[in-house]
Design a protein around this ligand. Structure first.
Ligand code: NAG
Ligand code: NAG
Ligand code: NAG
Ligand code: NAG
Ligand code: NAG
Length: 495
């Protein structure tokens, strides 16, 4: 008989009762488990998309989000941190002021300015507002589009230092925001606050109303005061720094330094100077009409600065700032700062301009269109994040992929199971390696008491001879079974 290079193995039923039930139940359980796993692994692809709320994009994920990450890491949604470079314009999710990031560094002592802020939707915290500055311009060389509305334009700038706990650890950044009440009227399409929502973001709506009203008041007052002054003033800058008194209704909340210019450049700097000791509003009011207190615009300057300060705290979501330092934190304080809104509008000399709100807080709340609750919420910088989110594949693809993977893994499981059972069997009963038909030949029969006849007869039907060695090693054997002579080759196994 020809002996091929390839061979087949002997077939014998496993001599265990439990083998079949374990095999069937095991395969069924495994099939279910593997199908689920393969479904997770094969039925989603990651697609790139933009998100402005990466935390919920990552959290919402998919139904197997709570599975151990070593199983699902390849289909988990992920988002890249955003990078906010120095000089970029950003705003918070309160949709208020537009901030220009001016410097970024890692901690207080660090002198190394970083080029950009790695940012991952981190809550802005620990902000300080070291300075609010006002530029007043009543000169003839300002933009003609401004002069159409008012002789005196006012620009209010807030300076801040804030902290975030970002993707590479704690970071600090400095930023500035500008409020120019006339800008939306002079620059087509421009806004001061990014968006307005008197119901959902009531505090921001009132912050903008305060700014708009006190901007009007300061512009009006400065015009009146400057007209009456001899010599008059043409430009000025007022710098206000918090005095450390946290009570925003106090006359000592800010300390200010200022200087104003006369129209003729030869006269140079006019009142006061940067080197003067800073004065509080209370002190200026005490000075009354005296020359040191000129120009007497300090009440509107103070109110506008306090409005800016409160708007910044609300915009940056500084819920941990002392509540008494924020006009917007209680309805009573807001009412006292908005009580004059109607009168301010009546007095206004700003043309083609309307205050955002001309009623006081209480009047508006009692009217037909009350604003929403004044709650302050924490803020994050609004930006877009590049995310990879799982997307289901077409059903056909999933079925084929899961079937294929199941087949491969189930086959492997079957091989492992039979290998383990066989190894144990062979160790216990070495004769199990022989085909049933050969059992008679050897002294170490598995069931020596079984009658030769029946055993051999049965085995003959199922006896398959293993050929693992070239035939030269074979020995010819003959055996007489049931009165007939049978001849076949038994190839010696290595054992
Ligand atoms: C969003 O997640 C990041 C970490 O991935 C965390 O630092 C940040 O505080 C979270 N932001 C919010 C608003 O929960
Ligand atoms: C950031 O602002 C703080 C004041 O809050 C100032 O002391 C610091 O020098 C500023 N840092 C840079 C790099 O401008
Ligand atoms: C804040 O100052 C005002 C006026 O100066 C005063 O009436 C009020 O009681 C003060 N509030 C607190 C909390 O000190
Ligand atoms: C309105 O103008 C009058 C007269 O100039 C002045 O007495 C009053 O204080 C002004 N009111 C406000 C709120 O500016
Ligand atoms: C801004 O984002 C923070 C953090 O996710 C959230 O707590 C707050 O409610 C948001 N504020 C607004 C006005 O959407």
């Amino acid at each position: 008989m020809h002996s091929s290079f390839f061979n087949y193995s002997i077939i014998r039923p496993y001599p265990y009762k439990w083998f079949t039930p374990v095999a069937i139940v095991g395969l069924l359980v495994l099939a279910v488990l593997l199908s689920v796993l393969n479904f997770v692994q094969n039925s989603y692809t990651l697609v790139v998309q933009y998100s402005n709320d990466p935390n919920s994009t990552i959290r919402e994920g998919i139904w197997f989000n709570h599975w151990p990450s070593y199983l699902t890491s390849s289909v988990r949604p992920t988002c890249q941190p955003a990078n906010l470079p120095v000089n970029s314009l950003v705003f918070t999710n309160q949709s208020g002021l537009a901030w220009t990031i001016t410097s970024i560094y890692q901690n207080d002592e660090s002198t190394v300015a970083l080029p950009s802020l790695p940012y991952m939707n981190n809550i802005i915290s620990g902000c300080v507002i070291p300075m609010v500055q006002m530029e007043l311009d009543g000169s003839q060389d300002q933009d003609v589009s401004n002069l159409e509305h008012t002789q005196w334009n006012v620009q209010v700038r807030a300076f801040i230092t804030c902290h975030i706990y970002g993707p590479i650890g704690p970071m600090m950044f400095n930023a500035t925001a500008l409020y120019d009440g006339i800008a939306p009227y002079t620059i087509p399409g421009s806004t001061v606050f990014v968006a307005r929502d008197p119901i959902a973001r009531s505090a921001m709506f009132w912050a903008e109303s305060l700014l708009s009203a006190y901007w009007t008041q300061l512009s009006t007052t400065t015009w009146t005061v400057a007209e009456a002054m001899k010599p008059t003033i043409s430009k000025g800058v007022v710098t206000l720094t918090p005095s450390g008194n946290n009570n925003i209704t106090s006359l000592d909340f800010f300390e200010m330094t200022y200087y104003f210019l006369t129209p003729s450049a030869s006269s140079g700097m006019y009142f006061g100077g940067a080197s003067d000791p800073p004065q509080t509003l209370g002190h200026m009011i005490q000075l009354g009409d005296s020359a040191q207190a000129k120009p007497p615009i300090w009440q509107p300057v103070d109110s506008l600065a306090k409005s800016m300060y409160s708007a910044v705290l609300a915009d940056l979501g500084q819920t941990f700032a002392p509540p008494e330092s924020n006009i917007l934190s209680t309805a009573e304080r807001l009412q006292s700062f908005t009580a004059d809104f109607h009168e301010i509008e009546q007095n206004s000399t700003v043309y083609f301009f309307s205050q955002l709100e001309s009623e006081s807080y209480d009047a508006r709340q009692a009217g037909p269109n009350p604003t929403g609750p004044l709650d302050l919420t924490a803020s994050v910088i609004a930006t877009n994040y590049l995310c990879q989110v799982p997307q289901r594949k077409p059903l056909g693809d999933i079925v084929i992929a899961v079937l294929l993977a199941d087949l491969v893994l189930l086959q492997a499981a079957w091989k492992l199971y039979t290998f383990a059972v066989r190894s144990a069997l062979f160790q216990k009963h070495p004769s199990a390696k022989r085909c049933l038909g050969c059992l008679d030949e050897t002294p170490s029969l598995e069931s020596p008491r079984e009658s030769d006849h029946s055993a051999t007869k049965r085995s003959l039907k199922s006896c398959v001879v293993v050929s693992t060695l070239p035939s030269t090693h074979s020995e010819r054997r003959a055996s007489q079974v049931g009165g007939r002579r049978w001849k076949w080759n038994v190839f010696a196994r290595a054992d």
